[in-house]
Design a binder for this molecule. Structure first.
Ligand code: F6R
Length: 635
């Protein structure tokens, strides 16, 4: 099928690796480089956690330790083989793509002469040819990774050129695919050089020390001043200077930005897991996302979107692209934005959007939702949309991330760093931010009066306290999880905004507790899924407010009765005071009374707590579920 005129066809499939990277240089020999690297890897584990390694540099050369397994294995190895005091370090936490998770395949990779060490995030598409070329030249390989070719090429270029930044530029030009590379060399322990093409890399600016990280989480505990790097750039850091060039050596001025994350947000703060902490952070995440959005004249303020105002007025369709939990936030937003703005909203998984030839024009407003800002499927979707002339607004949590940079405007969620792999506080802040966008559009396009917008904003501002009340009642849901250790399957039902909440509840349970779970639109039950119900089948039902549209509430009550009549154990999330529901529920989890469209912000919380508690009861790793990584930077 040919593309219609004016539309561009899909570019070739690109594959990128995931991993976390840290680089550091200080002024004098100390344990600081090692400490910074260990701390950064702990924060970056969400990018991958099947092996890790660190190399430090001092005047005696390079010393490294790397191990397959979680970071704790590396930490133990560092106790047994302490690394010396140094001026520089680079470190890596891996999610395997080329070559299994073994000690040999863990990063750093050293050149044959041991003079150069590299860590890498991404995939080098021409690694096979380069490996062949190097083998022909007599180089012996020690790993199965694509990365090792970069270490050898860099060492050879360094031997020829004599300057590590120059050698990095020359090497980068030979590499195809996506990469962030960091390198240190034995002959100069006072600098770390980085290169980036497509994979992320940001600079952290310190006093007498500088940092490189795959994202700001790597160094946010040490500095909140950061520099954005662009495509095909090489950066050199020393203790006192940062120098950025393109691959040809032309100087580049990088944009500085301030990271407004609270450092304490990236530590467990007394909770057993990051996920528990992040669930408890949710009132704050929503509050911070709403903060400062109201101008003194009572009108809404979304300063970040100013440039796109005419586009926002004339858009004839909104397409939300996102993956996983972020896509469910988009589903919730669709109900609100269509209702408030009277503009059609489509929600599409970014990978489906990207490869199905969607109808996108200059009048399409694409909203890309992403916590990490690095989800490759979403990046590819926004690139595709922009090629068709659409404008893209990112609703994104990570400053300086690829999605934030590549969109026409970025509306930041201020959830702070989310470390647990399963998304919780990001989901709530994505709903809050997309609602702000919807209200802003409604006011701009004249589909709501300012006082109507104000009334919703007032309700939104009450949400953090309501979310807190749900969290305060967590014991009941934890008890339920304690009784359900052996359950094999759980179903979730909802209508209207309760439908995406049901899907999110099911996703949380699958990924955390490894239990089969499905979320259905309650109205769909009789069209098939009701056949799954038999004696004792647990079914969570998200009940809409009885003060909202009567028909919605009544229909869901009927659905509860239908499954109950067939033996289901009905676990109902309902608004406090909704007495009608109690009669049909095996157990009710009450949430504070909330207007229908805002209810997802409270209704999802018991489902998050349930999944988290059930995974803990089963003895599973809540923060790092099997087979998953926090940022899916591969397509
Ligand atoms: C589920 C989860 C994922 C992410 C998805 C998108 O708990 O975390 O489904 O929501 O991978 O990630 P971001 O938001 O970083 O684009």
């Amino acid at each position: 099928m040919g593309a219609a005129s004016g539309r561009k066809t899909a570019a070739a499939v690109t594959v990128f690796g995931m991993c976390g990277i840290i680089g550091y240089v200080g002024r004098t020999n100390s344990d600081q480089p090692l400490e910074v690297a260990c701390e950064a890897l702990a924060r970056l584990q969400y990018r991958g956690y099947d092996s890790a390694g660190i190399v430090v540099a001092n005047e005696n050369g390079l010393s490294f330790v790397k191990r397959a397994g979680k970071l704790s294995v590396l930490e133990q190895a560092l106790v047994e083989n302490p690394l010396p005091a140094a001026t520089a370090a680079i470190g890596h936490t891996r999610w395997a793509t080329h070559g299994g998770p073994t000690d040999a395949n863990a990063h750093p990779h050293l050149s044959a002469n041991g003079e150069v060490a590299v860590v890498h995030n991404g995939i080098l598409e021409n690694h096979a040819e380069l490996r062949e070329e190097l083998i022909q030249a007599g180089v012996g390989f020690r790993s199965e990774t694509d990365t090792e070719v970069a270490a050898h090429l860099l060492a050879r270029a360094l031997a020829e050129i004599g300057s590590l930044p120059e050698a990095m530029r020359a090497t980068s030009k030979r590499l195809e695919g996506a990469f962030t590379l960091l390198a240190v060399a034995a002959d100069n322990p006072h600098l770390v050089v980085g290169a980036r093409r497509t994979s992320p890399l940001v600079v952290g600016l310190g006093e007498g020390e500088n940092f490189l990280g795959s994202d700001v989480a790597a160094f946010v505990a040490r500095t909140n001043r950061a520099l954005e790097l662009g495509q095909d750039q090489v950066v050199t850091i020393t203790a006192d200077a940062v120098n950025v060039t393109d691959f040809d050596g032309n100087p580049v001025k990088a944009r500085e930005f301030t990271v407004d994350w609270d450092v304490s947000a990236a530590v467990k703060g007394g909770y057993a897991t990051f996920m528990e902490k992040e669930i408890h952070d949710q009132p704050m995440a929503v509050r911070d996302t709403l903060l400062g959005r109201l101008a003194p004249n009572g009108r809404m303020r979304l300063d970040e979107l100013r440039t796109a105002e005419s586009v926002l007025r004339s858009a004839d369709k909104i397409v939300v692209v996102a993956c996983g939990t972020a896509a469910y936030a988009g589903h919730v937003a669709k109900y609100a934005i269509e209702h408030w703005c009277r503009v059609p909203v489509e929600v599409e998984l970014a990978h489906e959007f990207r490869y199905r030839d969607p109808v996108v024009t200059e009048k399409t407003l694409v909203v890309a939702i992403s916590q990490s800002g690095e989800t490759m499927d979403t990046i590819m979707a926004i690139r595709h949309a922009r090629e068709q002339g659409a404008k893209v607004i990112a609703v994104v949590n990570t400053m300086g991330s690829t999605i934030a940079r590549e969109s026409d405007a970025a509306l930041y969620t201020h959830a702070g760093p989310e470390v647990a792999v399963a998304s919780t506080k990001a989901f709530l802040s994505q709903i809050a931010a997309t609602y702000l966008l919807g209200l802003y559009l409604a006011e701009l396009r004249g589909t709501m009066f300012p006082d109507e917008v104000r009334a919703v904003l007032d309700e939104l501002e009450l949400m953090p306290a309501k979310i807190q009340r749900v969290i305060d009642g967590e014991e009941a849901i934890r008890d339920l999880a304690g009784q359900m250790r052996d359950v094999q399957s759980v179903l979730f039902l909802g209508r209207h905004v309760g439908f995406p909440v049901a899907m999110e509840g099911a996703l949380k349970l699958k990924e955390l507790a490894y239990i089969h779970a499905e979320g259905f639109a309650a109205g769909e039950l009789k069209h098939g899924p009701i056949a799954l119900i038999d004696e004792g089948q647990p079914v969570f039902v998200v009940v809409p407010s009885p003060r909202g549209r009567d028909v919605l509430h009544e229909k869901v009550l009927s659905n509860i009765q239908e499954v109950r009549a067939r033996g289901a154990r009905t676990l109902v999330v309902a608004e406090a005071g909704d007495e009608a529901v109690a009669e049909f529920a095996s157990q009710v989890f009450w949430v504070p009374p909330t207007p229908t469209l805002l209810a997802p912000l409270v209704a999802v919380v018991p489902l998050q707590i349930f999944a988290c508690a059930l995974a803990s009861v089963k003895g599973l790793d809540v923060d790092q579920p099997r087979n998953l990584a926090k940022s899916v930077t591969v397509e």
